[in-house]
Design a protein around this ligand. Sequence first.
Ligand SMILES: *Cc1c(COP(=O)(O)O)cnc(C)c1O
Length: 406
Amino acid sequence: MTDLVLERPSAADRFIATEAEYGARNYKPLDVVLTRGQGAYVWDVDGRRYLDGLAAYSAVNQGHCHPKILEAMVAQAGRLTLTSRAFRNDQLAPFYEELCTLTGSHLALPMNSGAEAVESALKVSRKWGYDVKGVAADQAEIIVCADNFHGRTLAIVGFSTDPGTYGGFGPFAPGFRIVPYGDAAALEAAITPNTVAFLVEPIQGEAGVVIPPDGYLQKARALCTRHNVILILDEIQTGLGRTGKLLAEEHDGIEADLTLVGKALGGGFYPISAVLSNKAVLGVLKPGEHGSTFGGNPLACAVARASLKVLVEEGMIDNAAEVGARLMGNLQAAVGDRVKQVRGRGLMIAVELHPDAGGARAVCEALRERGLLCKETHDHTIRIAPPLVITGTEADWIADQFDQVL
Ligand SMILES: *Cc1c(COP(=O)(O)O)cnc(C)c1O
C-alpha cells in the first residue's frame, strides 16, 4: 500500500485561485472565503463560523443580513428600484426627512459611495467659496490632514500622504493644503482668504484609529467659524453609531457645516452615502450642476431608511458605547502591557503592537484560526470594529482571543 494521497484543493482554495486568475490584485485579503452572515457572525465555504471583527470597515454596523433591512430591501426591490432623478420616487422624500431629522441637518444630497460623498462635498465647498464667500475664480483652497483616508478617486488620492495610495497616479488636482492632524495651530496657520473648507475625520480610522487631542475639533470648529471656512467632517466610518454616538462630532459637542455619511447608511446591503448640510452650503447647487444616476434611487432610500431605523430602535448606538467600553477595559487588562497601546471610542478600537512584535498580519492570521476575523491597518495595528450588535459576552470572548494570541 502506498501512502500517496492526492491533495484535493478545498472549496476555498479553488475560489482563491480563480480570484487570482481573473481579478485585479488591488487587495490582499485574509484567505477566508465567506458564504453566509447573520448578526455578528459569518461562515466560510467550509462551514467554519467566525465573529466578524471588521464589519466591512463599519458598513455592517447593524449586523449581517439584518432581517428588517432585508425585508425592506426585498419589498422595495419588487416594487420600484430605479427612476433616475429625471423623475421623482416615493422613497426619496421620507429618506430625506428621516435622515435630516435624525442628524439635525437642513439639507441632504444622496450619492452612492463614500468617495462620491467626499467629492461632492469638495465640489460644493468650492462652489460656496465662489458664490457666497467671494473667492476669485479657480483660487479656492481646501485644507486636509496628513494621514487622512477619504477614498480612492483621483482628487482624493491626490491629497493623501500615503505613497502607497497616491504613488503612480498623478498628476493631481491643485487647490489642497495638507496640515498635521490634531494640530489646531497648524490649521490656523494654513488658512488664507482663499480657504473655503477644512476636511477632517473626527477619528482617523484607516490611519489606525487615531484620536486627536481633546479640544482639537472644538478649536477647528471655532477657527472655521472665525475665518468663514466650511468644516467638513468625514463621518463615513465614525458615524452611525460606531463610536457610541450617532455621529462622532457629538463627543466634542460641535456641529459640522457638511457631514459625510456612507458605509452603514446602507446597512451592509446596498451602497448609499450622503452629504448633510446646513442650507447655506448645499443650497448653492442648482439643477444640472451635480448628480448621480443611482444617487437617491428608491431601493437605496428604502434600505437606508430601514438601516437608520434599526440602528436607533434596537439600541445599537448605546450598545456600541457600553460594549465598547467593556471591550476596551478587558483588552487593556488582558494585553495592555504586551502591546504598545489599546485605544478607541465605542466599538472603534485599535490594538497597536510594539514595532518588533512580528507584525499585525500574523496576529490576524492567528485570530482567524481561533474564529475571529480582524484586519491589520499598516504593519503594527489591528482594528477591532465588530457589528454594533455584539453582546458583552462576545466582547469578553474577543479580548480573550487577543490574550491567547499575543
Ligand atoms: C471608507 C471611507 C471612505 C470611502 O468610502 P467608499 O465607500 O469606500 O468610497 C471615505 N472616508 C472614510 C473616513 C472612510 O472610512
